[in-house]
Design a protein around this ligand. Structure first.
Ligand code: ADP
Length: 382
């Protein structure tokens, strides 16, 4: 099923690269294997039923034979016993069928128990998980600090995705993270959001290590815009309200305008009530990104994390988002993974990663010289 879902999601790639024949062969191979397994399953079931029925017939035959020959029972007595047996037999068959069902379900049950155990072991917060409204968002006062962070992915053959990262993200400032692909930018952001646990080192929030309860509070205060935005098959309104169910129409439009999405939503014939299709397929890449940005802003987070959120935008819309981000500067902590120089132009701090290591931290000059906030004129401190 996973494979078929992938094929359906990638139908555009498959058709444009003319991969239909190989994909159909793949599906036919699988269907053949599944067909073979079904056949084998039926054969085993039928064989066991055959053995069972043969054994039952032999036992009944022996019983009647010994009753008549050895115990010299009368015909009526044998008939009575056969009658009693014929009444009891369906019960035996029922028990046997139930046992067979239990035996068939045992492997699935065991796998489910193992999965359940794995989930319990991976629980972030013990004690039943707090309801979202019980968790108070954090107001960061002195900032987020990484102390000698190192991280390796499981099965990465010992290669570090991050090594010895030491940095400080100041509150209400814009911090950009740059570096070549595979440098560890997304991994660093995942650790900052508490989605990954560092192998060594610590993330400190206002001087407190990131653990337990403050992890949920941190998440509550984060608005995250991923590279590949996740939208659900529903209306634009549904997708916005899932983040903030009590938001008013005004707040929805305010967030949309802020994310430069107000215009395109207003142009749609059904506006906020337009169905956007599976994963937002009826919208363009840029429109999807702006909608997800609006959704993140709607929550009024104190930390906004953007993972290359402007990568799919044209210059005009990128400029609009840039303006929106500039307006947010000073009101919330912005952490932006960036590729384009335009995204980092107004950053207060630019963190450069290379092969999992910190290659430099550039602070925007604060001396007030012309263009002081551009990285070119900035001061390299790390
Ligand atoms: P960036 O965001 O800078 O492009 P990433 O943080 O995604 O880089 O990846 C850093 C390194 O970690 C890369 O070498 C990548 O191959 C590896 N990596 C990323 N995600 C995983 C994963 N889930 N499992 C194993 N290795 C991963």
């Amino acid at each position: 099923m996973g494979g078929i879902t992938d094929q359906l999601n990638g139908i555009k790639d498959i058709k444009s690269n003319m991969l239909e024949a190989s994909r159909i062969r793949w599906l036919e191979d699988w269907s053949e294997r599944i067909g073979g397994e079904r056949l084998e399953h039926t054969r085993i079931r039928m064989n066991s039923q055959l053995c069972y029925k043969l054994a039952a017939s032999v036992i009944i035959g022996c019983f009647i034979y010994f009753s008549v020959v050895s115990f010299r029972m009368q015909g009526e007595q044998v008939l009575l016993i056969v009658l009693i047996f014929s009444r009891l037999w369906p019960r035996f068959i029922g028990i046997q069928a139930n046992l067979q069902q239990i035996a068939a379900a045992v492997p699935a049950f065991t796998a489910l128990r193992e999965l359940q155990k794995e989930c319990f072991d991976a629980t972030e917060i013990s004690g039943g998980g707090a309801a979202e409204h019980d968790v108070k968002p954090l107001q960061i006062a002195s900032g987020i600090e990484c102390r000698n962070l190192s991280f390796r992915y499981e099965g990465s053959a010992g290669a570090y995705a991050l090594r010895g990262i030491q940095l400080h993200i100041r509150p209400k400032e814009m911090t950009a993270i740059v570096g070549p692909s595979g440098a560890g930018k997304s991994t660093l952001v995942d650790i900052l959001m508490g989605l990954l646990q560092p192998e060594s080192g610590q993330v400190m929030i206002d001087g407190q290590p990131l653990t337990g309860r403050n992890l949920l509070s941190l998440r509550r205060s984060i608005g995250y815009v991923p590279q590949d935005p996740l939208l659900f098959n529903g209306t634009i309104r549904d997708n916005l309200l899932m983040m903030e169910p009590h938001a008013t129409e005004e707040e929805l439009y305010e967030a949309l305008h802020f994310a430069a999405a107000g215009e395109f939503v207003a142009r749609l014939p059904q506006g906020l009530d337009t169905m956007i299709g599976d994963r937002g397929i009826r919208l363009s890449g840029g429109e999807r990104q702006r909608l997800v940005l609006a959704r993140a802003i709607l929550r009024k987070p104190s930390i906004l994390v953007l993972d290359e959120a402007t990568s799919a935008l044209d210059m005009e819309n990128e400029a609009k988002i840039q303006e929106a981000l500039d307006r947010l500067k000073g009101h919330m902590t912005l952490i932006i993974i960036a590729h384009r120089p335009s995204t980092i132009r107004n950053a207060d701090q630019v963190i450069t990663l290379e092969q999992g290591r910190l290659a430099g931290i550039t602070q925007a000059g604060k001396e007030g010289t012309a263009g002081a906030e551009t990285p070119q004129s900035a001061r390299v401190v790390g």
